[in-house]
Design a protein around this ligand. Structure first.
Ligand code: FUL
Length: 484
């Protein structure tokens, strides 16, 4: 009888215990603005390429006046397949083409203007480079994006309401014939002198109101619901505030857009860092050219950025939670120049060699705490190679340490962290320490993490690395930790 009772109690105890351990620990609630599905997909692209190509390539200018003859556009060996193949091999996931730059020349045979490829010698006026690039992107499985300059120095009606109809008609042409389009670039350069159909004058517009962007964006969204809009103020992604490849060391994806508009002066610093309590998720995109200029100029052949420079830019863009948009302009032949190809190959080789062996993968991992001590939020989720799982702490814990033990000394050079951004950006400050001479030594400290943060350390031999989250808007939620 006693035995029976005992075993009954034991079974009851086990059932109760089982029920307790199965008790689901609630996931953290989202904090602040969060990315949309298309913004999330955009973050995950990490590196995209810009292609600047127009009559400027043949005149040596950066900003054509709009008066240049279409006859000047004559790439003798244009081969968009080569462009896209080179970019694909360098690891880029998307391409944005200047379908029309400020000079107004269109790389597709638009029915709304004569200032286009149809009046150029290229393929005797039968060419369409927007189509060729969009198709090459499909073949090589890169996403295709469109730059259509709002400022048009060729168009007679620029500055008047009629031009807005023209601009919208061209967007319709592009989105209906060449999609899918993943990103649309609205450049901030606006107004100034130009040809304007022969008027040759200076025209200024009211940047905040002339274009009536909300209407235009709605029209585009109706054609391409998942589109990401780039402009200083987003709404999809924002300018990073410089063209030197530098995202802010503090880089919030949040910003309050109501005081921003494309081309507004004096907002560079704000764009660079975003703001901790910004009301919208509008991440920064880092646009920078592989050359000095945006267009190809033979005299810059010796100034192509080296693989090492491109790698540094990668660290200050992708490594600071942004997406890199690297411009690689075709030359007068219509090919990516040999020097650029060489640099891109070297850049890819550097990426592959610097991030070859993730030491965290086989390390022992612990944390000072994890949410409800549930395995769902355990630190092991940081090294499981699954971006959907994450380590998180209890709601009232905003400081915590994560420790990796490699079990024998390793040479450590980079630490890579990722927040689980579908639940918002949280971390405000963190430090990296290594175990050296029987003590923890601080080797780096930084602020935000966001989609991805890579810290480059002075290479050091150590058996253990500790990440200390020292400040966060709410409980930290991290999906990935890598060490190289
Ligand atoms: C700038 C433009 O004025 C440059 O020509 C280039 O297109 C760059 C990406 O954006 O605002």
């Amino acid at each position: 009888m006693i035995t029976f009772r005992n075993s009954l109690y034991t079974s009851l105890f086990i059932v109760v215990l089982g029920a307790c351990s199965k008790k689901e620990v609630k996931a953290p609630a989202a904090v602040g603005p969060v990315p949309s599905a298309s913004q999330l997909a955009w973050h995950e692209m990490e590196t995209n390429a810009f292609i600047h190509f127009t009559i400027n390539t043949f005149t040596g200018l950066e900003w054509g006046m709009g008066s240049e003859s279409e006859k000047l556009f004559n790439p003798s060996e244009a081969n968009p397949d080569q462009w896209i193949q080179v970019l694909k091999e360098a690891g880029f996931k998307g391409v944005i083409l200047t379908c029309k730059h400020h000079d107004g020349f269109c790389l597709w045979p638009s029915m709304y203007t004569e200032h286009s490829i149809k009046n150029s010698p290229y393929k005797k006026g039968k060419g369409d480079l927007v189509r060729e690039v969009a198709e090459a992107c499909k073949r090589h499985e890169l996403k295709f994006g469109v730059y259509l300059s709002p400022w048009d120095r060729n168009h007679a009606q620029y500055g008047k309401p009629e031009y807005i109809d023209y601009y919208r008609n061209q967007l319709k042409e592009l989105f209906e014939a060449y999609g899918p389009v993943f990103e649309m670039w609205f450049d901030g350069a606006n107004g100034g002198d130009g040809y304007y159909g022969g008027a040759n004058e200076k025209r200024s517009i009211h940047g905040a109101s002339y274009y009536d962007w909300p209407t235009t964006l709605n029209q585009v969204r109706a054609m391409e619901p998942d589109i990401i809009f780039f402009s200083d103020a987003g709404p999809g992604v924002r300018w990073v505030g410089n063209e030197r490849g530098l995202a802010g060391e503090t880089n919030w994806n949040n910003i309050t857009p109501d005081t921003l508009y494309a081309g507004k002066a004096g907002i560079e610093n704000l764009l660079n860092t975003g703001s901790e309590n910004g009301t919208h998720w509008i991440p920064a995109e880092v646009d920078v050219s592989i050359r000095k200029g945006w267009f190809y100029h033979a005299e810059e052949d010796s100034l192509v950025k080296s693989p090492e420079r491109l790698f540094e830019i990668y660290l200050t863009s992708v490594g600071r939670g942004s997406t890199l948009l690297l411009n690689v302009p075709p030359d007068k032949r219509g090919l990516i120049h040999e020097n650029d190809v060489k640099s891109l190959k070297g850049f890819k080789a550097l990426l592959d060699s610097e991030f070859k062996m993730n030491l965290a993968m086989n390390a022992k991992i612990e944390a000072t705490s994890y949410r409800g001590t549930s395995p769902v939020y355990a630190p092991s989720q940081l090294i499981d190679d699954n971006k959907e799982t994450y380590w998180a702490t209890d709601d009232d814990v905003t400081m915590a340490d994560i420790e990796l033990d490699f079990e024998r000394p390793q040479r450590v050079k980079y630490v890579l962290l990722q927040e689980y951004i579908p639940l918002g950006q949280r971390v405000k400050s963190f430090e990296v320490e290594v175990w050296k001479d029987n003590a923890w030594q601080k080797v780096a400290s930084a602020t935000t993490i966001g989609y991805k943060r890579i810290l480059k350390l002075d290479p050091i031999e150590t058996q253990k690395v500790r990440i200390r989250i020292t400040g966060a808007k709410a409980c930290p939620v991290l999906s990935n930790l890598e060490v190289y």
